[in-house]
Design a protein around this ligand. Structure first.
Ligand code: AMP
Ligand code: MG
Length: 490
């Protein structure tokens, strides 16, 4: 691997260098060969041979420089003060095959100075959810952390019940969160200039060409965040805990806890059982992204020499909404195979209303449109369409018939092949439903990891109908079925 450990050269107040605490008897959970390849791991390398020892905390290769990062954050809208890597360590920074910097970060590594009341560990169920979610989003082309693999162990962990300790080697383009800057502003304000230079040089070097690199950087973070959240909305992803300590400065999805993929379409849907007010409901995500950036940006007021003023910060934030809207609306039109224009958007919003009014499955309904346009070539989608229509009767059925007639009229003037291609490449067949993850977790807790492996394969090609799929992989819960409780404590 091509190491580029630079974080540990920054001011020592920003982190604590320490090794992980080993787990008892770590064993293979799953290994992501695609990520290993991306990082340039070869079959016979020491890293590959000893990956279970590395992830289990028993072996730290000489080139690794493990450290826990300090950061702070706003949690559920309130200032939470110092947080930091309480159960994670940045192990190494490396260049991947595309010369893109990647962090190797061990989650579930044991206590650090930032563990507060926690035990520094991660349980198997949350580790599997994080592992599969990072993989699913990556394969859906949504910027996200991913993972090299995870291990399970005999270390007992107390949660609501006793569970097995696990650890995940997360791989992400950065682990710097909005909350890093919040920590600096509160606890080491003299470091802000140096740290901002580090963020620009490492992650946004193109901003150096700008007349005011700091402002260019801030606006770029705003725009990347807006695009990431538009991607989430389009695929039906709810992050669950959009605290400022869980948002990366690179606009890449980070920290999977009580996340969920939308099943039956309900914009007010909250996947996080602990989110009593619905702050992080699916439909609130775009506004929360804006809220987070709005509490983050004023810290840079200190950098007056870089030309930062209140007005210039407002100008950095202003593109958030148009960037989100443009990306979301374009994506929504693509999901219907239509050009980005007002008539398409009108049809798209009527379609979403139909889904919402009848609690139809978000993923399956979009995909079912292939069964409307080209049923003979798409038997799976034809079946999805039949299932969808079977859930409609009376007035909703009329609404569907009217809508589909107008939809077919709109695509009549377009190239059929192009419409089909857009529908196929923008509407996944498979997402990670909570029930799918839970099924894999139940088996893994009994020592069986085949289901994790099957989901890994399934989600590696989310846009293709696959033979290894089971009925569970495309089946939403019954309408109004009680929701599976997914909470932060994991
Ligand atoms: P999260 O809700 O996972 O984003 O975590 C919020 C903060 O709590 C972060 O600083 C985590 O490092 C810390 N944390 C979460 N779980 C644990 C744990 N089991 N032990 C120590 N720290 C934890
Ligand atoms: Mg977090």
């Amino acid at each position: 691997m091509r190491y580029q450990n630079t974080y540990g050269k920054l001011d020592t107040r920003l982190y604590h260098k320490q090794p992980p605490t080993p787990l008892n008897n770590p064993r293979v959970g799953h290994f992501n060969t695609q990520v290993a390849q991306q990082l340039g791991w070869t079959e016979d390398s020491d890293l590959m041979v000893r990956w279970v020892d590395i992830v289990g905390g028993h072996y730290v290769p000489a080139e690794f420089e493990p450290l826990a990062m300090a950061y702070a954050g706003h949690q559920f809208g309130q200032w939470a003060g110092q947080l930091g890597d309480g159960r994670g360590l940045l192990m190494a920074q490396v260049l991947d095959n595309n010369d893109q910097l990647q962090d190797l970060h061990l989650k579930g590594c044991g206590l650090t100075p930032y563990s507060r009341m926690g035990d520094g560990r991660a349980v198997l169920r949350s580790t599997i959810r994080e592992y599969l979610c990072g993989h699913a989003l990556t394969q859906l082309d949504i910027p996200s952390s991913n993972a090299l693999g995870f291990v399970v162990s005999d270390t007992p962990i107390r949660r609501e019940r006793m569970e097995a300790g696990a650890a995940l080697m997360r791989v992400a383009d950065s682990h710097i969160r909005l909350g890093h800057v919040e920590w600096i502003a509160s606890f080491a304000p003299d470091l802000l200039g140096e740290f901002t230079d580090y963020m620009i040089d490492t992650y946004y070097p193109e901003c150096r060409d700008s007349e005011k690199p700091v402002l260019a950087f801030l606006q770029a973070v705003v725009e990347r965040t807006a695009r990431m959240i538009a991607d989430w909305q389009l695929i039906g992803f709810a992050h669950g805990v959009m605290n400022t300590d869980n948002l990366s400065i690179t606009g890449s999805t980070l920290d999977f806890g009580p996340f969920g993929f939308m099943e039956r379409f309900d914009p007010a849907w909250v996947n996080n059982h602990s989110d009593h007010t619905g702050r992080y409901a699916y439909q609130n995500q775009p506004a929360i992204g804006h809220w987070n950036l709005n509490v983050w940006l004023p810290h840079f007021m200190r950098l007056t020499q870089a030309g930062v003023t209140r007005d210039s910060l407002a100008e950095c934030l202003a593109p958030y909404e148009p960037t989100f809207m443009q990306h979301y609306q374009q994506g929504l039109c693509r999901k219907l195979g239509l050009p980005h224009q007002p008539e398409s958007l009108k049809l798209a919003f009527e379609w979403l209303t139909l889904l919402e009014d009848n609690l139809l499955d978000y993923t399956n309904s979009f995909r079912a449109l292939l069964g409307l346009i080209a049923p003979n070539d798409h038997p799976y989608e034809q079946q999805l369409l039949a299932t969808m229509i079977a859930e409609l009767d009376g007035e909703p059925l009329q609404v569907w018939q009217d809508w589909s007639a107008r939809y077919l009229a709109q695509i009549e003037n377009l190239s059929n092949d192009q419409v089909i291609n857009e529908l196929q490449t923008n509407n996944p067949v498979y997402i990670l439903r909570n029930s799918m993850a839970q099924h894999a977790i139940d088996a893994a807790e009994q020592g069986q990891f085949e289901e994790v492996d099957r989901l890994y394969t399934l989600l590696a090609s989310p846009y293709s109908v696959q033979d290894i799929a089971t009925e569970l992989d495309s089946r939403p819960p019954a309408p109004n079925a009680p929701q599976m409780p997914i909470s932060c404590s994991s």
